[in-house]
Write a new protein. Structure first.
Length: 369
């Protein structure tokens, strides 16, 4: 299907902006692959409601495009759609940006300013990378969602708002909750309707339609009449892993159009780097392993082979005893070294009997007598 004849329901694009040239966002989304068509049907079911929506997907999969489509399919379509990247602001500024501020609320606040929630009143607020919000702002966001009102920084007067929230993340927020980085109550508040965006490598039926669209779009920008993909180039696109998803595909097409001959893109014109092959299965790059880390792993392997019943307790006891002695019997320094409180250190040391045998403890005991 040619990109120019694809129905609007099957093609989503971002509003044209000069900032898109340097953005990592996907600028187009199609729904040709069966997985994408199922996603589109799910969007149609979710959009008419007023429920908060959480969009989950890798970078470059088109989360903002999906959020805009939800807005356009809802009763709020005539209201504003405001997109905010939560990771783009420092912790000191994010509260003022989201909730607004009064004149004199902080140094440089020369006039009162409405925040993004007020700007989106009557419409939809899209918070991208919501997992990047500091814990203090997560608390205030939860209150805004519950009370449906904002209080500007430097003010005590609540301002009623009518906003639908669509949030997005490229991390597993459930894991962030377990790790203590994201509030559990806010997670459940957002987790009313969830949209899982599959990466491009899992919906290969979208690759060539997207490539066709990007060829037409970049030919227009470059002043070309037309261009096309050779069959071999099509096979190369279909076989790539697309770690950068739709944005990587657009960049590859843009580069290919700049270097190809006779407006025919050949495999050699496609500069593709298989990042996933350079990463571990869990998507994390392997860090260089230190000698100490290797020695620790070897020691643990030896302990595993002993098949001890109290293995965990033995390892924990060894860690606390070694850290305490490394810090010359200083409980406060031991806590800092292990990243835990002094009270926990003292309780563990008492449990394993280390306080009774520590030379430092004996000195203190003698002085106290």
């Amino acid at each position: 299907m040619n990109a120019s004849t694809r129905t609007p329901d099957r093609l989503l694009t971002l509003p044209r902006s000069p900032n898109l040239a340097t953005s990592i966002r996907a600028t187009a989304q199609v729904f040709e692959d069966p997985k994408s068509q199922a996603l589109l049907e799910h969007l149609r079911q979710v959009a008419p409601s007023e429920a908060s929506v959480l969009v989950i997907g890798e970078t470059g999969t088109g989360k903002e495009l999906v959020a805009r489509h939800i807005h356009n399919l809802s009763a709020r379509r005539n209201g504003p759609f405001v997109a905010v990247n939560c990771g783009a602001f420092s912790e000191s500024l994010v509260e003022a940006e989201l909730f607004g501020h009064e004149k004199g609320a902080f140094t440089g606040a020369l006039a009162a300013k409405a925040g993004w929630f007020e700007a989106a009143n009557g419409g939809t607020l899209f918070l991208d990378e919501i997992g990047d919000l500091p814990p203090s702002i997560q608390v205030k966001l939860l209150r805004v969602l519950q009370e449906r009102e904002v209080v500007r920084l430097g003010s005590r007067r609540p301002i009623p708002i009518d906003v639908r929230l669509v949030a997005a993340t490229n991390v597993d927020l459930a894991d962030a909750v377990v790790a203590g980085h994201f509030r559990e109550d806010l997670f459940y508040r957002l987790h009313v309707a969830t949209i899982q965006l599959p990466p491009l490598r899992e919906r290969r039926g979208d690759i060539l339609p997207l490539a066709e669209y990007f060829i037409v779009e970049h030919c227009r920008r470059l002043g070309y009449t037309s261009a096309s993909l050779s069959p071999e180039a099509e096979r190369k696109l279909l076989g790539h892993s697309w770690a950068g998803n739709i944005r990587e595909l657009e960049n590859a097409i843009h580069h290919a159009l700049l270097v190809c001959r006779n407006r025919l893109i050949q495999p050699a014109d496609l500069h593709l780097i298989d990042m996933r092959a350079r990463q571990e299965p869990n998507g994390l790059r392997r860090a260089p392993e230190s000698a100490a880390g290797s020695a620790l792993e070897a020691a643990l392997q030896a302990l595993f082979e002993e098949n001890r019943e109290d293995l965990y307790e033995h390892i924990e006891e060894t860690v606390f005893r070694a850290a305490y002695r490394f810090c010359h019997g200083n409980q406060l320094q031991t806590g800092r070294l292990l990243g835990i409180s002094r009270n926990i250190v003292r309780a563990r040391l008492e449990k394993i009997g280390e306080l009774e045998t520590s030379p430092r403890h004996n000195v203190v005991s003698l002085v106290g007598k």
